[in-house]
Design a protein around this ligand. Sequence first.
Ligand code: AP5
Length: 217
Amino acid sequence: MRITLMGPPGSGKGTQAQRLVEKYQVPQISTGDLLRAAVAAGTPLGQQAQAIMARGELVPDDLVIGIIRERLAEPDAERGFILDGFPRTVNQAKALDELLTDLDRPLQAAILLEVDEEAIVQRISGRRVCERCGAVYNIYTNPPAKDGICDVCGGPLVQRPDDNEVTVRQRLKVYREQTAPVLDYYRDQGKLQVVPGEGDVDAIFAALCAVIDALED
Ligand code: AP5
């Protein structure tokens, strides 16, 4: 399976990707997670990305394309991959096509999780993420059994620094201006699939799996 999950911030890409990893045994490759790891480790890339992410803007294309190039070269990506949050600009989409053509493993589909903007602001304000294993919760719709503690690994749950209303509105603006054109790019290639992203998480997962199972290699 070689897919990218698209959709505005908070549309459920990470939530669904974690389930897809379990079912299809291919890695989730999230540029947001990779950038946050670089910030936490204090690498030069992380230092460059930190302020940009806090403002809700996009990290420069050459940096994220470099991250993806390195990550796709790792052995576990040979079986396939679920890209999450990449590509986010038409430039990134073109670079990905070139990279995958060189590897002779073209993208099969870009799957859009479609969610209304107001639902997103509420979802994101309730999101909590495990600092240790990355499991995603929501204090309103999917709380952990014990407040502030991850059900999976017992790690502490934290709120992302960019998960406040002002930054979310900025991230949505960036999405409309810079990422929505990527949807047209894939639509023109006949690779765009749309799955409604509101409602029951299990039902959305089933709809995603139906799309994936129908993909041709
Ligand atoms: P990134 O980490 O990719 O953030 P994002 O795209 O804004 O997406 P999110 O992680 O916020 O949301 P999600 O769709 O994964 O939703 P989730 O499943 O968590 O990027 C962060 C920053 O990094 C960017 O702003 C940018 O600066 C930089 N960056 C990253 N990639 C880049 C790139 N390619 N180029 C340049 N810069 C880049 O769900 C959200 C919440 O909703 C959770 O609480 C969840 O429990 C809940 N939820 C999920 N599904 C449902 C449902 N069906 N019903 C109710 N609640 C639900």
